[in-house]
Design a protein around this ligand. Structure first.
Ligand code: GDP
Ligand code: GDP
Length: 491
């Protein structure tokens, strides 16, 4: 119950962008009158349903097919109501099975419905047996329909669930096709299955290039934000970066005029300077981020791919810590928002005469960043003098490198080869504590986001996630950028 309060889960696959032909197929099965058609209608809502006639010697059996929409999930749904799998005689006819074979063969998943008011009906057992025999590869979710009628009898529902468990299809979910009860549970049961299916399918297509794998991403214009407190040298650095390439940006770039200050070219790449001016000043003046400035800063940060946080070397020398509160806030937020962070220590020219101070700053800043953002190791730090015009190359090299890592895509084949090695490298306390990762895949870049599909009842602990994150960073040179790993448990 509390899980549902903590925000809705979201699919990592954009089902709404998948061509209908490529969607997974879910067949609704169950004895007559359990509510297959009612559920079908709810899932397809007002969408068109195709009706197939499957002629038979005795009757014409209709199979309806439609595109189901459940939250952000999309799938093809087949209503087998017309198949009468559990024939009226109470036994399942082989001939029916044969006919159904075609339909079942096209389905990867099934929702097996029972009527909760009737308890376990002998015909439910028949349907279960039938499914196991004729559709062994079809992964099945058991659903107790008409549960709204038992809503006030919690004990009753639990005992019904216990009984339904005997069908051998795991724990049932309680739904009501009529009222919509339990659709969140249905969503959460289907989510990992359908995601895994899609990600497998995508991966098969990866070499041919699919709508999900965009190798050109890193060639897209890089959106850079230069942020920092007043007087650290942002404007001076900006001018150094722009050099003579300053171009005024019109509205045609797809960003609003006031969100991009300028653009320039660096090694054949277009860099947009995203304007974040003002917001840090504001939060600084107000002594700590007020809710308004935090919201604005968040928006500005989200516009940028790479955040260059500028610090003042002279201030660092005079202060006890390298970073002021406002700077820590931005650095953390940049990482939380999944942006790439590059720290620039400016005004290094002022320390030139003093080797000791120089060395102190060079050592202290990376250490402090590591302390305030322990979750991301290796955030790049560049030491420059914007006033002397030095640092353009140093800054841009780090910015581009951070961006490229942020855009990185790793193929599933490569990741799973890597996973096998890395899992054996890790010393698990015992065999039982080792999570069984069936499949590990990158679902998104910018920032790199991975999903681990875990089989059975195991799950990844925070330590496991940290271990995988660290290993990914080391083995694929992704230091300094935020990496996300999600997990999905599949039966
Ligand atoms: P099918 O033969 O499995 O396709 O079942 P139907 O969808 O035709 O439903 C059979 C009967 O059960 C109909 O009278 C539906 O109105 C009713 N029904 C379906 N779902 C529910 C539900 O969630 N709650 C209740 N109370 N009745 C339902
Ligand atoms: P902003 O408020 O962050 O945009 O800072 P500015 O770029 O306006 O610079 C503030 C002051 O610091 C100006 O007087 C600059 O000349 C000076 N400044 C900027 N960069 C450097 C640098 O690398 N070395 C030195 N010594 N002064 C600098």
């Amino acid at each position: 119950q509390s899980r549902k309060k903590h925000g809705r889960k979201k699919s990592v696959v954009e089902f709404s962008k998948v061509h209908p032909d490529k969607l997974p197929t879910v067949i609704l099965v169950g004895r007559p009158n359990v509510g297959k058609s009612a559920l079908f209608n709810r899932l397809i809502r007002r969408r068109e349903a195709l009706v197939y006639n499957t002629p038979d010697d005795h009757v014409t059996r209709d199979i309806r097919e439609g595109i189901a929409k459940l939250g952000d999930l999309r799938f093809r749904v087949l209503d087998s109501a017309g198949l009468e799998m559990a024939a009226s005689s109470g036994s399942i006819l082989d001939r029916t099975a044969e006919m159904t074979g075609n339909v079942i063969a096209r389905s990867q998943f099934a929702i097996f419905l029972i009527d909760v008011r009737d308890g376990l009906h002998p015909m439910d057992l028949e349907v279960g047996k039938w499914l196991r025999k004729h559709a062994p590869g079809v992964r099945t979710i058991l659903a107790m329909n008409k549960s709204e009628s038992l809503d006030d009898h919690r004990g009753y529902l639990t005992s019904a669930a216990g009984e339904a468990h005997k069908l051998g299809y795991g724990d049932p979910i309680a739904i009501s096709a009529e009222t919509g009860l339990g659709m969140v549970d249905l969503y959460e049961s289907l989510l990992p299955l359908l995601e895994e299916y899609m990600l497998n399918a995508i991966d098969d297509k990866a070499s041919e290039g699919s709508e999900f794998i965009n190798a050109e991403e890193s060639k897209l214009p890089l959106q850079l934000a230069i942020v920092g407190r007043p007087n650290v040298g942002k404007s001076t650095l900006l001018n150094a970066l722009l050099q003579q390439d300053r171009v005024l940006v019109g509205p045609e770039v797809g960003l609003t005029r006031d969100s991009v200050r300028a653009q320039f070219q660096y090694q054949g790449r277009t860099i947009f300077l995203v304007d974040t001016a003002g917001w840090l000043q504001r939060s600084h003046q107000e002594k700590g981020p007020s809710s308004l400035s935090v919201m604005q800063s968040r928006k500005s940060l989200m516009r940028a791919h790479v955040i260059a946080l500028v610090l003042d070397a002279e201030e660092i020398v005079n202060a006890r810590s390298s970073m002021k509160h406002a700077e820590v806030v931005i650095a953390r937020r940049a990482v939380e928002e999944g942006r790439s962070l590059v720290v620039i220590v400016n005004k290094m020219d002022l320390l030139r005469g003093n080797q000791k101070l120089y060395e102190k700053v060079i050592k202290a800043v990376p250490e402090e960043i590591q302390t305030v953002i322990p979750q991301v190791t290796g955030i790049p730090v560049v030491f420059v003098s914007a006033l002397e015009g030095r640092g353009r190359t140093g800054v841009m090299r780090q910015v581009v490198s951070a961006y490229e890592k942020w855009c990185l895509r790793l193929s599933t084949a490569r990741l799973n080869r890597w996973l096998r090695k890395v899992m054996s490298r890790h010393s698990w306390k015992d065999q039982a504590s080792q999570p069984k990762i069936k499949y590990f895949t990158q679902v998104k870049a910018r920032p790199p986001t991975f999903v681990a599909f875990i089989s059975g009842k195991t799950h990844l602990s925070d330590t496991d996630i940290r271990f995988l994150t660290k290993s990914l960073k080391e083995d694929f040179d992704m230091g300094g950028i935020p990496i996300r790993i999600m997990q999905r448990c599949v039966p």
